[in-house]
Structure formats: C-alpha cells, structure tokens
Design a protein around this ligand. Sequence first.
Ligand SMILES: Cc1cc2nc3c(=O)[nH]c(=O)nc-3n(C[C@H](O)[C@H](O)[C@H](O)COP(=O)(O)OP(=O)(O)OC[C@H]3O[C@@H](n4cnc5c(N)ncnc54)[C@H](O)[C@@H]3O)c2cc1C
Length: 461
Amino acid sequence: MTSPFAALQRQLGPGKVLLSPAERGNYRFDGIQFGVRPLAVVLPETVEDVVAAVRAAKAAGIPVVGRGAASGLSGGAVPLQPSLVVSFTRMTGLTIHPERREAVAQAGVVTLSISDAARPHGLVYPPDPASFRTSTIGGNLGENAGGPLCFKYGVTGDYVLGVEMVDTDGEVHRLGRDAYDLTGLLIGSEGTLGLMTEATVRLVPPAKYSRTLQASFTSVEACAAAVSAAVSAGAVPAKMEFMDGACIGAVEDYLGLGLPREAAALMLVDTDGDDPAQVEAEMQLVEAAFLAAGGQVRRAETETEAAALWQARRSVSPALGRIRPLRMNEDIAVPRSRLPQVVAEIRALGEEYGLPLVQFGHIGDGNLHPNILYDPRSDDPAQVHELAHRIALVALQHGGVLSGEHGIGSMKREFMADAVDPVTAEAYWAVKDALDPDGRLNPDKLLPPRPTHLEDSHVHS
Ligand SMILES: Cc1cc2nc3c(=O)[nH]c(=O)nc-3n(C[C@H](O)[C@H](O)[C@H](O)COP(=O)(O)OP(=O)(O)OC[C@H]3O[C@@H](n4cnc5c(N)ncnc54)[C@H](O)[C@@H]3O)c2cc1C
C-alpha cells in the first residue's frame, strides 16, 4: 500500500522522510515508554521542511508528534496512534549574539552546546537538565526542563525570550513575550499546541567561584530540616541534590565510592558567585545548618574533589540499570516541608508492593524522582502501574504536582484527572481547541480527559 507520505518524501528529497518499517520502528519508544510505530518519520533541516510535513499530515488527517532526543521518559515523544513523527535532531543551527547576551538555537540543538558555544564569549546558558549532553532545546521547551541549578538560576522558561513555531495548519509564527504570552503558553505544552522550530534564549556570565559539600544524615527528616534551616538562614545554593538510602546503596554497589551505606539521606550542595568570600560564607551557612541537624559533612577542597563528590549523583542512572532492566521514573514536586513524610510514605509503598524503589532529586525545589525498578519478565506491569498511581496520589495529597520537569506525557496522563479540577480542565481544553481544533498535535498526552460536555460541543462543531 502506498504511504500517504510518499509525496512528502519526493518533495523533501532523499533521507528526510523515513517510510520503511525498520526505520520507523526506532521511533516508537523513548527508553521507558512504548507506543505504536509511526506511519512516517520526518527529519527536517529547515522550517520549510517542518511546514511541508505538518501540511502533509493535515491533508492526510494524521496526528503529528514532535520529538527531540526522546529523553523525556514519560512518553511525550512517543506516538500512541498512527502518526507522523517530526524528529528535530538535524535542526542544529546555533548563533550566539554576545552583544545582546542571547543565543538563537534551532529546535534540535543539544542543550549543553549552547553553553559550550557561549563560553568563549564569557557567557553561559544556565538551565541544566542532568540529560544536557543529549536533550534538545526543543524538548527542553516542550517540558520546561529544570535541573540541579534551577533552585538558584531557574528553569528553561525563565530564559526563553521568544520562539518560532509551526501551527497545526503549517503556518509559521514568531512569538515574543509582548502581548498575550503565547511563548509562555507553548513552554511546557509537550508538543500539544505547536511545533517549536527555533528559540531565542538569554545568556548570563557564569559564576566565577564555587564550593561543594556532601553531607549524610541518619534520617530523611533531619535532612529536610537541615535544608529548610539553610534556606531560612539566607543561603541560596546553586545546587541542592538529594539521594535516599536505597539510592546510596545502589550507587555504592555499582562504583564503591565509599559512600555511607548506613545513611538514610545524602545531600550534595554547591554554592557559587563572583566573590569568593561570599561563596564561602554561604557554604558556611549551609554547613552550620547541616551540622546542627546532625549531618556528617565532607567539603571538597579542589575541583577534582568536587567532581569526585558529584560522581555519586551522576552515577544514579547507570547504577539503577544494574538492579532491574526497566524503571518507572516518577517526577513529583512537593512543598519542601512535606519531603520527610512524602519520602517515608513512598518508601512504605515500595515495601508494600515488594518492588525495589529509590528516591533522589532536586530537593531545593521539592522535586523528587521516585523510581520503581522492575523486570517485565518477572514483575507484574499492572502492579508497577498501580504503584506509580499511588505515588502520584501521595504527591497530590501533600499539595504537590505530578511533574517537576519530565512532563506528564502518556505515563502520568491518566493521573491528571486526580490533579486537575473540572473548571481548570475545561480551560485547558478551551486553549487546546483554539490552537489545535482537529486535535492532531500530540494527542493522548498531557491533558486530563476532555470534560464530557466539551466532548459533545467538539463533536458537533
Ligand atoms: C538521565 C536523565 C536525566 C534527566 N534529568 C533531567 C533534569 O535534571 N531536569 C529535567 O527537566 N529533565 C531531566 N530529564 C528529562 C529530559 O531529559 C527532559 O525532559 C528534556 O527536556 C527532554 O528533551 P528531549 O529533547 O529529549 O525531548 P523529548 O523527550 O524528545 O520530547 C519531550 C516533549 O517535548 C515535545 N517536543 C520535543 N521537541 C519539540 C519541539 N521542537 N516542539 C514542540 N514540542 C517538542 C515532545 O513531543 C515531548 O512531548 C532527564 C532525562 C534523563 C534520561
């Protein structure tokens, strides 16, 4: 049977439209979540290619799914119905404007490349998802990505000055933040309102000095109290990362770094700034708060020592892969004051279900990643799913949200009905229907189910 996208393949030229089943098959998963094989995959090199792809999908009445590096892991970039996937990895144009302290990056630019290109000009791009060696700026905008630095420096949305986007009809818009903040609306919309082809982002001079500290605690309560005390004392650390006892054990089994296995919580903290005395004074505030809470503190004296301390945090992902081949990566964010109860309740849930579960995250923002580790050959996927749902409910019960940074995607979409009240759900759908009336932009993602009365009006309009 001829593909509805054969004409697009001829129009865009060789290598830009993948139609063979084997090539398309590579785009049905994101490393954790599986969907269906797309009908076609487009690898655009220009905004005109994106326009042509979106128009072809519209003519065929087929959904369009945007895809960066597929590191979101919540299924956002994975089609759930036969779709056209637009994979941005070849749109890597990047221009640094040092005089304006701005970078203009096409959607497929890898996050870290922006700072790499800006640094010779004395500038950096602060948003730093831990995946910044692979994730793309388009995907970062799609998820409003954060990272270890976000407690002090903010998230992707804080640095975006404008975007170029292609709407569901294949029209190109250049959006700033002048009238209605349509740029802000697109940030975090997970490809459900338009495809972003380019972003203009703000650059800043990097901090000149930093100090690093590692601290272990015998209870999560003590750890959370220490973090709150440090913040209340006026410290605004650049990074504040947390690992629970199970996570410490996993990393220790993997690398044997000499981490305290008996500890219930491990913290990694960086302070930074341009005045070394101030950076040191801020670290002393943190250290004093941590010691007062009973923490065991280790300071890094050199950059090499600092890198060694951070190795524990950087090794979490590979360490987990050795325990079970797959993991369900939750991404809740809760008020910092609730972290002790939340961590304890989630740990108890893991024990109840008999599944290995570790917790780590950007504790400064209350962003926690409970990871359920499982093997589909021996563990029941329905149990894993149920446990994920109960973890989501714990976050909501403590006044939290379902996603701090990885997005809702398809993984947490059904939990959104618990998170969003009907009036807000209606407002979300009003926006979606206004910008994507045919519902072809990344369907089945992010939004709670459409309220029933809107379903009626949508069908009849
Ligand atoms: C080891 C690891 C560590 C991580 N650490 C962090 C972290 O610290 N902070 C954090 O925030 N995230 C983190 N993540 C999650 C992930 O890297 C981020 O969410 C990242 O922003 C996704 O970028 P991507 O290019 O992979 O996007 P994808 O996963 O490909 O896509 C993400 C979403 O954006 C949409 N999208 C992609 N490109 C476009 C576009 N051009 N226009 C419109 N929509 C688009 C997709 O449809 C999808 O819904 C981590 C992931 C891994 C694997």
